[in-house]
Design a binder for this molecule. Structure first.
Ligand code: SAM
Length: 195
């Protein structure tokens, strides 16, 4: 998470929890009802609760247990191959220095799930020339949901200085297509309709 410069203390394993409106925004544009989803950096399950509220069947893992138990412990950045294949993955991964952990998380997520993959990342994450394989040159890249409000990582309404977006990949399309840009904010989530 790139929030240290904004005055936040860096937390162990980058445990910054995602306000529910963010997951709600993802679900409005990409409905998850009835989908078997994996939350592989589940933290204290804020994303999980919202995915379940929207009808997903969610399996949880993380590298560590905090206040809530996971289905299993799993270092998502390892080369472990003993995992179940799910229809979807949605998470807010640790970003790491220079976003390097986030890049690896995205690569692993696309490798481990051929279906719906959604990741909460920084707003300019798709700009890097070394990330073309995830975006410009990736036929699975389907959408960028620009978050028009900032996320409060302290869950108290106080926001940082960084903008974020949700990046979404789907199954490989049969015909060529261009990714779309969508927008979502706190109020859209509360209204329950796509903006
Ligand atoms: C930014 S927090 C997000 C937590 C939760 N997804 C949410 O949004 O509320 C990042 C999470 O990634 C987990 N994590 C860090 N490194 C990991 C790894 N290598 N494999 C799996 N989880 C990891 C941390 O323990 C933490 O729970």
């Amino acid at each position: 998470m790139t929030v240290v410069a904004s005055g936040y203390e860096r937390r162990k394993n980058e445990l910054y929890e995602t306000e529910r409106w963010v997951t709600s925004a993802f679900c409005r544009h990409f409905p998850v009802y009835g989908i078997n989803m994996w939350e592989p950096a589940a933290g204290n399950h804020l994303i999980v609760k919202e995915l379940e509220a929207k009808g997903a069947i969610v399996t949880t893992s993380d590298i560590e247990t905090y206040d809530v138990g996971h289905d299993f412990l799993f270092d998502f950045l390892s080369d472990r191959e003993d995992y179940e294949v799910f229809d979807g993955i949605f998470t807010n991964p640790p970003f790491g220095k220079g976003n390097r952990m986030a890049v690896s998380f995205a690569e692993k997520a696309l490798q481990r799930c051929g279906g719906l993959v959604g990741l909460v990342l920084t707003a300019k994450f798709d700009s890097g020339s070394s990330r073309r394989h995830l975006f410009r040159d990736n036929p699975r890249f389907a959408a960028k949901i620009v978050l028009t409000d900032r996320i409060s990582w302290t869950l108290d309404g106080i926001t940082g200085t960084e903008d974020h977006a949700i990046y979404v990949w789907t199954e490989r399309p049969r015909l060529p297509r261009q990714p779309v840009i969508l927008y979502a904010g706190r109020r859209d989530a509360a209204q329950g309709e796509a903006a």
